[in-house]
Design a protein around this ligand. Structure first.
Ligand code: ADP
Length: 319
C-alpha cells in the first residue's frame, strides 16, 4: 500500500483534529502518502482531496472542530454517489480510507468496503453511542463541558433554592446524561434507555425539600424529551416550579481534554497499522483500557446499551 486518505464525517467532536494528526503522522512515519478529504463523504464525491504533509497537521492537536471540516451527504447514501466517491479515490491513487466519525459515518464506511475499498472507522462522537467500544473521541471533553455547566447552575440553584432541569445531548444514548449526572451530583437523571416514573421524580423532589434541601438538579437526555417539556409536566402534575437550561452545541465545541487527545492519537495510529497489515473492514475502539480492533459490521449487530451498574449507582448516591 502506498497511499491512504482520511476524512471526518457527521457530527463533529472535540479530538477529531488530534485523530487526523495521528493518522497523518503515523502514515508518513510508516512511509505512506496520506491525503485529506475535505467536507466528509460529500467532499469525497466532489473530489475535495489534498495531499497532506507533516506540517499540515501541526498546531491542531489542541483545537476543537475539524480542520478537514465535516458534512452530511444525502448523495453518499445512494450507490451512484458512492461509486462517484470511489472514482475520485481511484483518480487520486488512494487505496484505503480512514473514516473518523459516528455511527452513520461507520455505516457509510461499511458500504464502501462492500464495493471493495478497505476502510477503518475511528469512533468520534460526543454521544459515546458506537457499539463495541467503551469510549469514543469527544465524549470526555463534552462530559467536562457539561460538568462545568452543572457546577455553575448549582451555584445559582442553591442561592435561589430552585430546581433546575439541564438538558444534555446524546441523541438516543444516555451516556452523556448518566456520566454527567453522576459526576455532577444530580438528584435525578433521565435517560432514553430506561423508562422514567413521574411519581418517583415528584416524590424525590418533595422529600428533598422536606429534609431541607436547598436545590435540585435534574438531568434530562435529549433522547427522552426536552427540558421545556419536562418543566411543563412537573408544573402541571405537581405544581413544581423549575428553571431550565439547554446546553446545546457548546457540548460539541472546545479544546479536547487530555484523555480525548490521547485516545484520538492511539485510535488514529492504530487505524493506520490495521490498513498496513492488510485488514480493511475494521472499527477501532477501547475495551478495558486497551485499544482494540474489531469487525466494522459488528457495530451494527447489537446495542451495548447503558452501563446499568453505573445507572444503579447514580440512584443510590442521590437519595
Ligand atoms: P454520524 O457519523 O455523526 O452518526 P450521520 O448519521 O449524519 O453522522 O452520518 C454521516 C454521513 O454518513 C451521512 O451524511 C451519510 O453521508 C453517511 N451515511 C450514514 N448512513 C449511511 C448509510 N446507511 N449508507 C451510506 N452512507 C451513510
Amino acid at each position: 500500500m502506498k497511499k491512504i486518505a482520511v476524512l471526518t464525517s457527521g457530527g463533529d467532536a472535540p479530538g477529531m483534529n488530534a485523530a487526523v494528526r495521528a493518522v497523518v503522522r503515523k502514515a508518513i512515519y510508516e512511509g505512506l502518502e496520506v491525503a485529506g478529504v475535505f467536507n466528509g463523504y460529500q467532499g469525497l464525491i466532489e473530489g475535495k482531496i489534498e495531499l497532506l504533509q507533516l506540517g499540515s497537521v501541526g498546531d491542531i492537536i489542541q483545537r476543537g472542530g475539524t480542520i478537514l471540516r465535516s458534512a452530511r451527504s444525502a448523495e453518499f447514501r445512494t450507490l451512484e454517489g458512492r461509486e462517484k466517491a470511489l472514482k475520485q479515490l481511484k483518480l487520486n491513487g488512494i487505496e484505503a480510507l480512514v473514516v473518523i466519525g459516528g455511527d452513520g459515518s461507520f455505516r457509510g464506511a461499511l458500504e464502501l468496503t462492500a464495493l471493495g475499498l478497505p476502510c477503518v472507522g475511528v469512533p468520534a462522537t460526543i454521544d459515546n453511542d458506537i457499539n463495541g467500544t467503551e469510549l469514543t473521541i469527544g465524549f470526555d471533553t463534552a462530559l467536562n463541558t457539561v460538568i462545568d455547566a452543572i457546577d455553575k447552575i448549582r451555584d445559582t440553584a442553591t442561592s435561589h433554592e430552585r430546581t433546575f432541569i439541564v438538558e444534555v445531548m446524546g441523541r438516543d444514548a444516555g451516556d452523556l446524561a448518566l456520566w454527567a449526572g453522576l459526576a455532577g451530583g444530580a438528584e435525578t437523571i433521565l435517560v432514553p434507555e430506561e423508562k422514567y416514573e413521574l411519581p418517583n421524580i415528584i416524590e424525590r423532589l418533595k422529600s428533598g425539600t422536606g429534609r431541607g434541601k436547598k436545590h435540585s438538579i435534574i438531568i434530562v437526555a435529549e433522547g427522552v424529551m426536552s427540558a421545556a417539556e419536562l418543566a411543563e409536566i412537573l408544573k402541571r402534575e405537581a405544581g413544581i416550579e423549575t428553571r431550565i437550561s439547554v446546553l446545546g452545541h457548546i457540548q460539541r465545541g472546545g479544546s479536547p481534554s487530555a484523555r480525548d487527545r490521547v485516545i484520538a492519537s492511539q485510535y488514529g495510529a492504530k487505524a493506520v497499522e490495521v490498513l498496513i497489515e492488510g485488514r480493511g473492514s475494521i472499527a477501532i475502539g477501547m475495551r478495558n483500557h486497551v485499544v482494540v480492533e474489531y469487525e466494522l459490521a459488528d457495530v451494527f449487530e447489537q446495542s451495548d446499551g447503558l452501563d446499568m451498574d453505573m445507572y444503579k449507582l447514580s440512584k443510590e448516591l442521590s437519595i
